[in-house]
Design a protein around this ligand. Structure first.
Ligand code: KG4
Ligand code: ZN
Length: 318
């Protein structure tokens, strides 16, 4: 039974995991940089790269130790090598290459986007392919058709902001903590999703694209009115924040659900797999499940702990 170490450093999480060929996760370590980027309300590439440098070796050491193995027992090292922030990617890649050189083991390059979809396989005893795969993260909102784990065809995606990025930017306008997804969904639980009528781009069009920049602007003007005021200088009541968050979240979820169903219909697929940070969103999970149930589509979400960036997801399709 082969054992693989997988390394992830594409954005702001330094992660390593040891996984066996039968998908048993022996260890999964994630060192989040959330606190370092919080005051900038987004990831600062230079800070991210430096933090990866400090953390990569301790994170790999912990993953190997927690797996209860010796480095020599590894059969291969996998690393996410695209897409991502160049400085961040380099740190993981150099660590992986160094290990492979010293241990004389093969290096396996992983596409980070497809890895988000691969995470869905972990909770399914049978192969999830062929399927429509959806990646909804901080940097991407993409739809793919997977004939199998390695043959992916791009079907469509966002033409501007990613869904997670919109969550982060709107949270900043509402003065909610970074990352925005979890903080918006928390306050939205007390809000009315119909309080504000926000745009849902392309939902009535036969194209598999998303656009969230107009939604972001609509939230901004709902906060400030027609002027050019800074939204963070406007004082809002707790109920207004909750209503804005709930209405925004509902608009994003509606767009994601409609486009996922259009992709399924267009490719006549029976299976949908969804991963990425935004796939952790409770409302999205519930409403997509209802839509899939209605059409008898088999739905696989990445387990919540493997939605945001982690190293386990990379090793799953090997
Ligand atoms: O997949 P990920 O860790 O990083 C990228 O590959 O981009 O996704 C991070 C994104 C952030 O924008 C964060 O706000 C969003 O995922 N996110 C959520 C939730 N948890 C994380 N968005 C909505 N609801 C959540 N519960
Ligand atoms: Zn990601």
């Amino acid at each position: 039974m082969k054992t693989v170490l997988c390394i992830e450093s594409t954005c702001d999480e330094t992660a390593a995991a040891v996984i066996r060929e039968d998908l048993t996760v022996l260890s999964s370590v994630v060192a989040s940089q959330g606190k370092l980027h919080e005051r900038f309300q987004g990831v600062v590439p230079e800070i991210a790269a430096r933090a990866h440098l400090e953390r990569i070796l301790p994170v790999i050491d912990s993953a190997v130790q927690q797996a209860g193995i010796d480095l020599k027992q590894l059969d291969a090292v996998a690393v996410a090598n695209t897409p991502g922030l160049s400085g961040s990617l380099l740190v993981g890649l150099i660590a992986a290459k160094g290990l492979c050189f010293c241990l004389d083991r093969p290096l396996i390059a992983i596409n980070h986007l497809h890895a988000h979809v691969y995470a869905c396989q972990i909770s399914s005893a049978t192969p999830v392919y062929p399927c429509v795969g959806m990646v909804v993260s901080g940097g991407h909102t993409h739809l793919y058709h997977y004939a199998n784990a390695v043959t992916a065809e791009y079907l469509g995606g966002t033409i501007d902001d990613a869904a997670g990025e919109a969550f982060d930017k709107v949270a900043s306008m509402l003065q909610l903590p970074y990352p925005g997804g979890p903080s918006i969904s928390k306050v939205a639980a007390h809000g009315n999703p119909k309080a504000y009528s926000f745009p849902r781009s392309f939902v009535h069009e036969d194209r598999l694209d998303f656009s969230f920049s107009g939604l972001k602007t609509a939230v901004r003007y709902a906060i400030t009115g027609p002027g050019k005021q800074d939204p963070t200088q406007v004082s809002l009541s707790g109920q207004q924040v909750a209503d804005l968050a709930a209405s925004f979240q509902q608009a994003i979820v509606d767009c994601l659900v409609v486009k996922a169903m259009q992709a399924i219909d267009r490719r006549k697929m029976r299976v949908l797999c969804v991963g990425g940070g935004v796939a952790a969103n409770r409302l999205f999970r519930d409403q997509l499940a209802v839509a899939c149930n209605h059409r008898q589509i088999e739905l696989h979400f990445a387990p919540v702990e493997y939605c945001t960036d982690n190293a386990v997801m990379g090793a799953i399709a090997l």
